[in-house]
Design a protein around this ligand. Structure first.
Ligand SMILES: Cc1ncc(C[n+]2csc(CCOP(=O)(O)OP(=O)(O)O)c2C)c(N)n1
Ligand SMILES: [Mg+2]
Length: 595
């Protein structure tokens, strides 16, 4: 063995040089060389063993989302690698830097239709479209790792290096000093990216002559909160947020209209639809039906990626640049809008909406109104907490009812909108920030699908976290509720119990079984106290709320067509129609349809 050890040991060392100190993964003999290497290198790069490779990929993705650093996951050949895919697609679609290290059978058996032989280069070619390579020689480990991390970081993408198991165990040596060899290095600094002066000037002119600007920000504005606030103040406008960017600006500012889209708020929708100029910053919010009609408004966008800019709405001015730097450069050219009526209108809409949400959350439901659970949590959110969400009806309430304050973080699967990241993200959040409280919100379907397994990881690792608070809120509604409502409202079909009903599961009891705290609430008057108890607990908690599946998680603006489809679903014999009618009579549905 060379002084640099095996290829696997060298690779861990190189990753460490790139600043990576944690790898989420699951073993298998396809990565035996790496497992051995963690003996020596484990104090530099730690292996966090998750219950499922998909959890590892989600955790690596969350690490990237929450820290801005590269996340790394590892899996064995064949089935292990396949299990990573969904989590990696989450990273790809949300443009997060994640490196996957995967095993492969021995080089001398490749192509032999050997056990677990999967063509990993082809399989990973889409998810790791920017870079996927097999390490075919011990000499190539250096440049492959350097390229994988660099490209992941530079292009905010997923990359993958496949290591055949025999190569992992071979002795590493640097490339020979001969023709054909390459000698790569670690690290680079992100460049300063600014638009041309002329484009800044044109953007300022347009913004200065606009009377009703609507700002829409996304995760690209995460480091630009002060600049966004200053800009919005100058322009006398409001700011709405794509879900991925919901932590970019606190919700307690009076002109922040909250999230936009299906899961969004009415003030966001109205502001964007009634503006004269749409000003997008660091967002690739994809849903055209929640944006003004094609070409109807003036539009300006700031995006760091020239490959993305202008791909969502026709633009008058493209500003390719970093959000913070670009706004800084733009601000001196913006005039302070004297007429504040648009701003005042937005603020009063925000206030009104907040009241409506409060009222809605107080409406009785059977047994608990899910909105009330979030309504009670919102003012109790601890400072600096990190919120994670899954995909389901809970995400609606999470997006609308939780008011984030400055210093908090949030993450969800914004673009892939996959079920299951909620608890794996929380795990990664606790590893990245062990001193911060973390709260995951998800449904019973997602908890049964993968969350229960990830909870085993929480149970295993929590004693090493300095603040043990990690709360998993499960909305137990015995239903795949989001899809049930999509069936009703978008397709006009009644709920199909065979496809939608979920089996019962004692989530709180299961938490206790794992040595965690389990709290089950099935009446409104228990909700608030249960939050106090959960937030004061000395260990992670599962907060299981038995919630009503008949409270509609409808969009902020429901079209007549959708209301008709909903009516048809009811006429066609939806098993829950009586309960839904009761909820509607209490005003929720009516209010949405009429307004
Ligand atoms: C992996 C995956 N499978 C299926 C879906 C479709 N889907 C979106 S939300 C949802 C329902 C989730 O149910 P649950 O977790 O119980 O949450 P609820 O909507 O009931 O609150 C489903 C099936 C998805 N987004 N991801
Ligand atoms: Mg459910």
């Amino acid at each position: 063995m060379s002084e640099k050890g095996s290829v696997a040991a060298y690779t861990l060392n190189r990753l460490h040089e790139w600043g990576i100190d944690r790898i989420y993964g699951y073993p298998g003999d396809g990565i035996n060389g790496f497992l051995g290497a963690f003996h020596e290198k484990g104090d530099q790069v730690r292996f966090i063993q998750t219950r499922h490779e998909e959890i590892a990929a989600f955790a690596a993705t969350a690490h990237a989302k929450l820290t801005g650093e590269v996340g790394v996951c590892m899996a064995t050949s064949g089935p292990g690698a396949i299990h990573l895919l969904n989590g990696l697609y989450d990273a790809k679609l949300d443009h997060q830097p994640v490196v996957a290290i995967i095993g492969q059978q021995k080089t001398f058996s490749m192509g032999a239709n050997y056990q677990q032989e999967v063509d990993l280069n082809t399989l990973f070619k889409d998810v790791a479209s920017e870079f996927v390579q097999t390490c075919a020689s011990p000499h190539s480990a250096r440049h492959l790792i350097d390229r994988a991390v660099r490209i992941a970081q530079a292009r905010r993408s997923v990359t993958c290096v496949i290591f055949p198991s025999d190569i992992q165990e071979e002795s590493y040596s640097d490339p020979p000093a001969e023709h054909g060899a390459v000698f790569s290095s670690v690290g680079f600094k992100q460049p300063r990216v600014l638009p041309q002066d002329d484009d800044l000037r044109r953007a300022a002119e347009l913004l200065n002559r606009s009377e009703r600007v609507a700002m829409l920000i996304g995760q690209g504005a995460a480091n630009a909160a002060d600049e966004v606030v200053e800009t919005a103040n100058q322009l006398g406008c409001g700011v709405s947020k794509a879900l991925n960017g919901r932590a970019a600006l606190p919700d307690d500012l009076p002109f922040v209209t909250g999230s936009i889209g299906l899961l969004g708020t009415k003030p966001s929708h109205e502001m964007v639809m009634n503006c004269d100029t749409l000003f997008m910053v660091g967002t690739s919010f994809p849903y055209a039906e929640w944006l003004p009609r094609d070409g109807e408004k003036n539009a300006i966008q700031i995006d760091i990626d020239p490959g993305m800019i202008g791909s969502r709405y026709p633009l008058d001015v493209t500003l390719v640049g970093d959000a913070k730097e670009t706004l800084r450069a733009l601000l001196p050219q913006l005039e302070h809008k004297k007429d504040r009526s648009w701003r005042e209108h937005i603020e009063s809409e925000v206030e009104r909406w907040s009241r409506i949400l409060g009222e809605r959350s107080q409406l009785e439901a059977e047994p608990i109104n899910p909105q009330y659970v979030f309504h009670e949590l919102s003012p109790r959110l601890p400072d600096r907490c990190i919120l994670t969400a899954d995909s389901g009806s809970a995400t609606n309430w999470w997006a609308r009812h939780l008011k984030l304050r400055a210093g908090m973080k949030a993450a969800l699967s914004g673009t892939l909108a996959t079920m299951c990241p909620g608890v794996p993200y929380a795990l990664a959040a606790k590893f990245a920030y062990p001193d911060r409280p973390v709260i995951a919100s998800l449904g019973d379907g997602a908890m049964q699908m993968l969350g229960n397994n990830a909870l085993v990881d929480v149970a295993r690792y929590w004693p090493e976290w300095s603040d043990p608070r990690c709360i998993v809120l499960v909305l137990n509604n015995h239903d795949l509720n989001q899809v049930t409502w999509e069936q009703r409202v978008l397709a006009g079909d009644p709920k199909t119990p065979a496809t939608q009903d979920l089996p019962d599961f004692n989530f709180a009891g299961y938490a206790e079984l794992l040595g965690l705290k389990g709290i089950r609430v099935d009446a409104k008057d228990q909700v608030a106290d249960a939050w106090d108890e959960a937030l004061a607990a000395d260990r992670p908690v599962v907060y299981e709320a038995i919630t009503d599946p008949n409270v509609p998680p409808l969009p902020p603006h429901i079209k007549m067509e959708q209301a008709k489809k909903m009516g048809r679903a009811m006429l066609e014999g939806d098993a829950d129609r009586v309960a839904i009618a009761k909820q509607s009579a209490k005003g929720k549905l009516q209010e949405l349809i009429n307004r």
